[in-house]
Design a protein around this ligand. Structure first.
Ligand code: C5P
Length: 206
């Protein structure tokens, strides 16, 4: 079984993917982390972010088993990740690794931007999780405040919009719902309600 989950940043797809993987005993891959790990390796090495060959080399070295969101969550890593994610050679390298992961048994849940459209177009169940930019920025803001940090809502809102434009506007694998994806708008729906909805769709497909 392969479950594909796509959507913009902070729509709740990561939480939904983890809940689904836990409930069904499936493997979970947050594919954003593969772009982030590539970006961090480039930043750490002091390599330029605009050299596709160098970036592809780093992408091929990413170890899917060693991905850790806590060391990859920084803002500058996310920004760099979305810059190198426009490079076709980087995408090819990471998509190959993601496809190998998707073959794991008894099932795999992959979340990202292009899972239902490019990585696993054959996935029997696809979700496109979205929410308004305002709601997503507010969630990011609340997360930072709850973690004891300082945050500026307007700056986060601008950042969410900029990231959306880059992810939806790129030529290679732009963020968009697969034709056969179920749309889950979490603007006014809790993640728990989205999970229950997703569960009924998965159960019907099993
Ligand atoms: O989801 P996350 O914010 O961790 O992803 C970081 C960046 O990686 C995204 O802004 C996007 O540009 C890129 N990405 C992608 N395709 C994926 C997952 C993430 O292009 N499947």
């Amino acid at each position: 079984m392969i479950i594909a989950i796509d959507g913009p940043a902070a729509a709740g797809k990561g939480t939904l993917a983890r809940r689904i993987a836990e409930a069904y005993g499936y493997h979970h891959l947050d594919t954003g982390l593969t772009y982030r790990a590539t970006a961090k390796a480039l930043l750490d090495a002091g390599s330029p972010l605009d050299d596709e060959t160098v970036a592809e080399g780093m992408a091929r070295k990413v170890d899917l088993a060693g991905l850790d969101r806590t060391v990859l969550s920084q803002h500058d890593i996310g920004e760099a990740a979305s810059k190198i994610a426009v490079m076709p050679a980087v995408r090819r390298a990471l998509v190959e690794a993601q496809r190998r992961f998707s073959e794991k048994t008894p099932g795999a849940v992959l979340d990202g931007r292009d899972i239902g459209t490019v990585v696993c177009p054959q996935a029997p169940v696809k979700f496109y999780v979205t929410a308004s930019a305002e709601v997503r920025a507010k969630r990011r803001y609340d997360e930072i405040i709850e973690a004891g940090g300082g945050a500026d809502y307007d700056a986060i809102f601008e950042d969410v919009k900029r990231r959306d434009e880059r992810d939806m506007g790129r030529t290679d694998s732009p963020l968009k719902p697969a034709e056969d994806a179920y749309l889950l708008d979490t603007s006014e729906m809790s993640i728990e309600a989205a999970f229950q909805k997703a569960k009924s769709i998965i159960d019907a497909a099993l």
